[in-house]
Design a protein around this ligand. Structure first.
Ligand SMILES: NC(=O)c1ccc[n+]([C@@H]2O[C@H](COP(=O)([O-])OP(=O)(O)OC[C@H]3O[C@@H](n4cnc5c(N)ncnc54)[C@H](O)[C@@H]3O)[C@@H](O)[C@H]2O)c1
Length: 268
């Protein structure tokens, strides 16, 4: 259902890899709601070719950018300015841990991989906002979002060093949100999403058990990628202008449940 919530708004969407990606669903929903945007991803992800299909469907350009490279981000924002003038929204939907990928346990983390994971999954959010602020690309009352997970607050052992990356990501949203609010009335938030079957999500060891447990713990069940996209649209819209510096749980109630009856029943 489209209600033109984003009509006239322009943006940049980072992180659509394939049709399972949360960013892919956000792009589809943003297009339905009347937004225009640039799609971007790391050059290696773009070479996989699936993003072209989304670009055609949503009438958008694809511009490669490694989100850890200031040079790439500067080129990306210059291209966005050339195409749109100023923009209204940015989605940072990026995550990767080499320790997770290589199956290295948290207590034995390789620090080169650890730093790389922090840079890609968290510090890149700071870099995106720094370049956006320096180049003055955001319209007043714009909205910037990144995606997080509750492992930032609670221990989920297999989430490994991504837990630390998400804690840093949420802290960057709060701190940059203060400065961007004062500077431009731009709001900055993170959405803490339910476990979702995507390429990044499924990389976590024991993901099936993880997602089933969350499903049974959440009164509303796990939120889907599409439901997450709907929430992102509301946060890009003018209906949420005074929400900033928050980590917003979008998890079917998981974060406030101690134990559910469904999980209790498994131990009776
Ligand atoms: N899937 C889940 O269970 C879940 C739950 C909560 C939060 N999240 C978060 O949602 C976000 C999107 O992940 P997803 O689940 O849609 O998986 P995904 O694998 O589809 O998306 C991750 C994206 O990060 C991109 N990326 C990696 N390195 C990059 C770099 N250097 N520069 C630019 N882009 C880079 C990848 O190419 C990919 O498009 C991530 O931040 C993830 O941690 C996912």
């Amino acid at each position: 259902m489209s209600t033109n919530l984003l009509k006239g708004k322009k943006g940049i969407i980072f992180g659509a890899l394939n049709e399972h990606s949360i960013a892919w669903k956000v792009a589809e929903r943003a297009y339905e709601e009347g937004a225009e945007f640039i799609l971007t991803n790391a050059p290696v992800a773009i070479r996989m070719g699936e993003l072209d299909e989304l670009a055609q469907k949503t009438n958008s350009d694809v511009i490669p950018a490694d989100a850890t490279s200031i040079e790439d981000l500067e080129k990306l924002f210059d291209a966005a300015t050339k195409k749109f003038g100023k923009i209204d929204f940015i989605l940072h939907s990026i995550g990767m841990s080499l320790n997770v990928r290589k199956g290295i346990p948290y207590t034995e983390n390789n620090y080169e991989y650890y730093m790389k994971g922090m840079d890609i999954s968290a510090i890149s959010f700071h870099k995106v906002m720094k370049v956006a602020m320096q180049k003055d690309v955001m319209n007043d009352w714009g909205s910037i979002l990144a995606l997080s997970y509750i492992a930032a607050q609670r221990v989920f052992p297999n989430y490994n060093d991504m837990s630390n990356a998400k804690a840093l990501l949420e802290s960057i949203a709060r701190n940059f949100g203060y400065h961007f609010g004062i500077d431009k009335k731009v709001r900055v938030n993170t959405i803490s999403q339910s476990p979702t079957a995507t390429t990044a999500g499924s990389g976590v060891k024991g993901f099936d058990a993880f997602i089933n447990y969350a499903e049974d713990m959440s009164p509303l069940g796990n939120a889907s990628a599409l439901a997450c996209a709907d929430y992102c649209i509301s946060l890009f819209s003018d209906l949420t202008k005074y929400v900033t510096m928050q980590n917003l749980f979008h998890d079917g109630g998981f974060s406030n449940v101690g134990v559910s009856q469904k999980v209790m029943d498994k131990f009776m």
